[in-house]
Design a protein around this ligand. Structure first.
Ligand code: EPU
Length: 431
């Protein structure tokens, strides 16, 4: 298993192109299950979660072609299996997104139940409840969700909690249902809007994506389309943080600033000079100390939970006291234990982190626990005194395209050490 070694102390400055959004690309690829025609998705990021999705679709018999620019063409006319096996679902929870499309188009699906994960228990009850309301029979057998339906029926669905993939799953299923489906208390993330736009290009009739009420008039069938994935607002936010905490200056290209208002607002509050254009953002870190900022995560357009770990780091090196409250996931503070080992002064009280800024961090060996925690620890290593070794970085390769190479482009001293180098050590986890 690879590790990263980061050496701190250099301001990170330069220009970076932001990749396509992982959390938009995954549902877009999976939406190709809804049609017999070809779907072409461009600006797909080169990530392990994308490879897992290709493997998942490929195992079901979907034809896949990828070109050198990561445009992926899918052909689900050859689908011959409606099973998402445990081996793939356990590595990527978003695999649950195949459930709605498979039931809607083929009338059955078997999807391994995702278990808990490093950031919380993450049940899928809302996905299942919505599909049941549309006429799906669901049983659990051998760790699998086994779903069957005749043609799904449109209905009114109230989501008890705002769920991103829950909304996506039900919206995809409803495109082929008989009649109208109304999803109330829907998630409003830009990734939902991107998916709805692509589905509408395929012939779906979806209105209201991006608001909390989505109305879907079911159609008989969907056709093909070509769609470009929106930029990754979390990758963009992470690079802005890299410049901010290291005292640097950065320009991001291929971004949508309007998707990042909560994050850009907090960076300005912390003292950054932020400028935006139609598809770019520039940030200059403050000349003086960083001001601490209060953070409370919530669904879009609130402050994204996927940027919480990075802002914990910002507050860790800010001048003063702050609180960070995580309201979306119950256990998304694992990075704090590692940051403390680097000298951070953070107290945890339930879902609240109380942070007293420190003037410097010290390099240490640390362990990544999930994707965004990994990003936080890498950035911490890049501002700490001395060397930080970040272990279990397979998490980061799931969701950040070539993060070490991109960071090196803005001056980071970062090195990837291939797993074999550490092969004699016995501390590697079984994932
Ligand atoms: N929830 C339920 N029941 C459900 C579904 C969700 O109780 O049936 C709860 C969850 O346990 C959580 C809350 O609702 O407490 C919100 O979860 P949500 O369903 O919105 O999360 P998700 O769809 O599983 C997506 C992203 C996550 C991101 C969250 C929140 C994808 C593939 N994943 O997850 O991304 O953190 O929305 O914005 O879109 C990441 O990229 O690092 C990542 C974890």
């Amino acid at each position: 298993m690879d590790k990263l070694i980061a050496t701190g102390g250099k301001p990170l400055s330069g220009e970076i192109r932001i990749s396509g959004a992982k959390n938009a690309a995954l549902p877009l690829m999976i939406s190709s299950l809804l049609t017999r025609e070809t779907v072409m998705i461009s600006n797909v990021p080169h990530l392990n979660d994308i490879t897992t999705t290709m493997e998942l679709l490929g195992q079901m018999g979907v034809g896949l072609q990828v070109d050198e620019k990561m445009s992926i063409q899918t052909d689900a006319s050859t689908l011959n299996s409606a099973v998402a096996p445990y081996e793939l679902v356990k590595t990527m929870r978003a695999s649950i997104l195949v459930l709605g499309p498979l039931v809607a188009r083929y009338g059955h699906a078997e999807v391994s139940l995702p278990g808990g994960c490093a950031i919380g228990s993450r049940p899928v009850n809302l996905h299942l409840k919505g599909l049941e309301a549309m006429g799906t029979d669901i049983i659990f057998e051998g760790g699998y969700i086994k779903a069957r339906a005749k043609r799904l029926k449109g209905t009114r669905i109230f989501m008890d909690m705002i769920s991103v993939t829950g909304t996506e799953n039900l919206m995809m299923a409803a495109t082929l249902a008989k009649g109208t489906t109304v999803i109330e208390n829907a998630a409003k993330e830009p990734e939902i809007v991107d998916l709805a736009e692509s589905l509408n290009d395929m012939g779906a009739r979806i209105e209201g994506a991006g608001t909390d009420q989505i109305v879907i008039d079911g159609v008989e069938e969907l056709g093909g389309t070509a769609h470009r994935v929106i930029p990754d607002r979390i990758e963009a936010g992470t690079f802005l943080l890299a410049a901010m905490v290291s005292g640097g200056q950065i320009k991001l290209r291929d971004v949508r600033p309007q998707h990042m208002e909560a994050v850009l607002g907090k960076l300005s509050e912390a003292g950054a000079a932020v400028e935006t254009g139609e598809d770019w953002i520039s940030l200059k870190s403050p000349d003086g100390p960083i001001r601490p900022v209060g953070i409370r995560t919530s669904p879009y357009p609130g402050f994204p939970t996927d940027m919480q770990a990075q802002f914990v780091l910002l507050n860790t090196v800010a001048d003063g006291m702050s609180t960070v409250v995580e309201t979306v996931f119950e256990n998304r503070f694992m990075h704090i234990h590692e940051l403390r080992r680097m000298g951070a002064n953070i107290e945890l009280d339930g879902n609240t982190a109380v942070i007293q800024g420190v003037s410097r961090l010290n390099g240490a060996p640390v362990m990544a626990t999930d994707l965004r925690a990994s990003a936080c620890l890498i950035l911490a290593g890049l501002i700490a005194e001395g060397q930080t070794t970040i272990d279990r970085i397979y998490h980061i390769d799931r969701g950040y395209e070539c993060i070490d190479e991109k960071l090196a482009l803005i001056g980071a001293r970062i090195k990837r050490i291939p797993g074999a180098y550490f092969a004699s050590r016995s501390d590697e986890p079984v994932s």
